[in-house]
Design a binder for this molecule. Structure first.
Ligand code: AMP
Length: 457
């Protein structure tokens, strides 16, 4: 998500911000802009560049804008679910963009439908709009706050009317959201890498349970919840975010490198020939691991960066002939070597298995897999695309059985404690993590609540 308020080129700035965060979602993109009197929306399925290829920014003037890139978490990659959404009433229009996932979405949808609301999409985002409408005709701070009160789960919202922008983060701060400035203008973004590209300076984190109201009069903060500590999604550090982003005051590359160092302490290999990482998200950890073990880091695997979801996949026949798409082993580096292969995580195990095979086919003598995060044994209910236990290999097999399935000579994971040690540097900055997918400890649960909480909703 990206938002800007108080800039003459709001729509254009938002486009560049979204482009920097393309890795967060490739299924759709959209921008809404306000000129103080009306909202104009442009959105479509596909990559940011495709959606805005023939877009004429001069026809979308205005000093406030909200943008979103979509990552379909369920089988719902349709146009209807592409954000932002715009709701138009006699009292004015409201745009909404959302990141995360609501735990009690089903209950709220049912309740809304029973009281006469007709929901247009299968997305959680729409729910807040309907809750707000039930609390008054106009979109106001009070209406938003009473809507937010009903939500359980992970959410970051940007809501925009003709003359105001509202920014909200859930009480645990599970999803990342930062505030910056470009001169007098305010910007908000899921990742700080979007600030660099538009020349914005980082101001601060949006706080857990905080609602910001931004308008031409300035910025106002309301804390609607004070539940310490923060539980920022650990998968943001492990896999999702860009290495040049800072999440809650910690640089992502530096955190990943420390995870690699910690992994080398917990599961060292001293007599390997090279350490290599799976591009792009595992390179930082591989550098850390290599440094700690004193083994050279080598570029053993190359990624073809032009393979994305729009790439025409070769037919089964061509795949059988060995037409490989995304990752290629560097034979000259790998052949005859004992290799440590670092990957950032194992979710379903299919990619990992494929890479081990690639390395062995390219002549690797041994492949020792080291994973720079813990075993993912529990589904995510907060917006990371792994929502069922069945699909998670670590939920169904122990580490030795996984080693055999992926065909590695050895396999080890970083411990959850090792992750904490690597990521959390400054407890005074409230740098708690959500590690629910690793530990089963879901942070929206109050003390004493049971895990079957989720079945209730
Ligand atoms: P696999 O070996 O098939 O479990 O795939 C794991 C790889 O996918 C890791 O190297 C991660 O970089 C990446 N990954 C981790 N989490 C996700 C996710 N939720 N969606 C897509 N890819 C992911």
């Amino acid at each position: 998500m990206f938002g800007v308020w108080g800039h003459d080129k709001a729509a254009e700035i938002t486009y560049y911000g979204l482009h920097a965060m393309q890795h967060r979602g490739q299924d759709g993109a959209g921008v809404v802009v306000t000129n103080g009197e009306k909202l104009q929306l442009h959105k479509d399925t596909g990559l940011v560049n495709d959606v805005f290829k023939r877009f004429d920014f001069s026809k979308y003037p205005g000093r406030g804008a909200v943008g979103h890139v979509r990552n379909a978490t369920q089988d719902d990659g349709t146009f209807d679910n592409v954000q932002p959404f715009v709701f138009r009433t006699l009292e004015g229009s409201t745009a909404i963009a959302h990141s995360g996932e609501l735990v009690n979405a089903k209950t709220l949808r049912k309740e809304l439908e029973e009281s006469g609301s007709i929901l247009q999409t299968t997305s959680d985002t729409e729910i807040l709009a309907h809750l707000m409408k039930k609390n008054g005709e106009k979109t106001t701070e009070e209406a938003i706050l009473s809507g937010l009160e009903r939500l359980i789960g992970a959410y970051a919202y940007i809501v925009m009317t003709e003359d105001k922008m509202y920014v909200a983060l859930d009480p645990r701060g599970i999803r990342p959201l930062s505030l910056g400035r470009i001169g007098d203008a305010y910007v908000v973004a899921s990742e700080t890498c979007a600030f660099s590209i538009v020349g914005a300076t980082y101001e601060r984190e949006v706080l857990p349970g905080e609602l910001l109201t931004i308008s031409d009069e300035g910025i106002k903060s309301t804390r609607f919840s004070l539940r310490e500590p923060r539980s920022l999604c650990a998968m943001e550090y492990v896999y999702l975010s860009r290495p040049d982003s800072d999440l809650n005051h910690e640089n992502v590359h530096a955190s990943r490198k420390r995870m690699g160092i910690e992994l080398a302490r917990e599961a060292p290999i001293v007599d390997a020939d090279i350490v290599t990482g799976v591009p792009d998200s595992s390179i930082s950890a591989a550098i850390g691991y290599a440094e700690m073990c004193g083994i050279p880091y080598e570029m053993g695997i190359i990624k073809n960066r032009y393979v994305d979801r729009t790439f025409i996949q070769p037919s089964q026949e061509l795949r059988d002939q060995g037409v490989k798409m995304k990752l290629s082993p560097v034979r000259g580096i790998i052949e005859g070597k004992k290799i440590v292969m670092i990957d950032d995580s194992i979710v379903r195990g299919t990619t990992c298995k494929r890479i081990v095979r690639l390395l062995k086919e390219a002549g690797a003598k041994e492949v020792h897999v080291r994973i720079s995060s813990a075993r993912i044994e529990h589904p995510c209910y907060y917006g990371i695309d792994m929502s069922s236990r069945e699909e998670l290999i670590a939920a169904n097999y122990d580490t030795e059985a996984m080693r055999e399935l992926i065909g590695a000579d050895s396999l080890a994971f970083l411990s959850p404690e090792g992750m904490d040690k690597s990521i959390i540097r400054e407890k005074t900055l409230n740098q708690g993590l959500c590690k629910a997918c690793f530990t089963g400890d879901y942070p929206v649960l109050e003390k004493g609540e049971k895990k079957d909480f989720f079945r209730k909703y």
